[in-house]
Design a protein around this ligand. Structure first.
Ligand code: PAN
Ligand code: ZN
Length: 195
């Protein structure tokens, strides 16, 4: 695959017009994740079943722009996580490592109140960092990342990463993150899972 050049990209690739409230970018590819897509990631399985019995709400959406596929190119996505809880946990993303493990990512908070859970793949060390207006979170390579909406309004953000990063969901689909983010007295807290 050859790298994108100024000449080969049309205006839609060079200019991203986005709406952070709607979670849309003109011409972008959209992915939606509903509660039914997130089976098994929440601690409180009874609360998950009860929430599913009530319906299948949209938990988050991501719209992705992929202008080029060369080694030096960048991709980016606009994510919106809706407010909600399952037991004491917040609505959150599936979370992933990048397939090309060296790939870092920069998250820029646009609206709402969120946190990111970062997990070092080698050591398992976990950190929780705020994400919202005025906060950018740098996700180093070799680091699993998951985002949660800990507020009462939609959380929107942009994530920018190398085009060749790729998304590996397999690790956390099989064993989940080592820590969960739970609501403790109205504030998010990092808690180690037992399993
Ligand atoms: C983000 C994520 C987005 C959704 O654009 O893809 O927050 O999370 P999941 O991909 O874990 O469902 C990103 O980190 N891209 O690399
Ligand atoms: Zn990522």
């Amino acid at each position: 695959m050859s790298a994108a050049t100024l000449q080969s990209l049309d205006i839609n690739a060079l200019l991203g017009r986005f709406d952070p409230a709607a979670g849309t970018i003109e011409g972008a590819r959209r992915t939606e994740r509903r509660l039914s897509d997130l089976a098994g990631i929440f601690l409180d399985q009874a609360a998950y079943r009860a929430a599913r019995a009530d319906g299948d709400p949209l938990v988050y959406s991501v719209e992705v722009v992929e202008p080029g596929t060369g080694d030096g190119d960048l991709h980016y996505g606009l994510g919106v996580i809706h407010p909600g809880r399952v037991g004491r946990e917040y609505f959150m993303t599936k979370g992933h490592l990048h397939s090309w493990r060296e790939a870092a990512e920069l998250y820029i908070g646009l609206s709402g109140k969120g946190v990111m859970l970062l997990e070092d793949e080698a050591t398992g060390e976990s950190r929780m960092l705020p994400l919202g207006p005025g906060c950018a979170v740098y996700v180093p390579g070799h680091t699993g990342h998951r985002t949660a909406n800990v507020g009462e309004t939609p959380l929107s953000y942009i994530g920018i990463y190398p085009a060749r990063a790729g998304h590996d969901y397999g690790v956390y689909a099989s064993r989940n993150f080592r820590c969960a983010i739970i609501d403790e007295g109205g504030a998010p807290k990092l808690m180690r899972r037992n399993s």
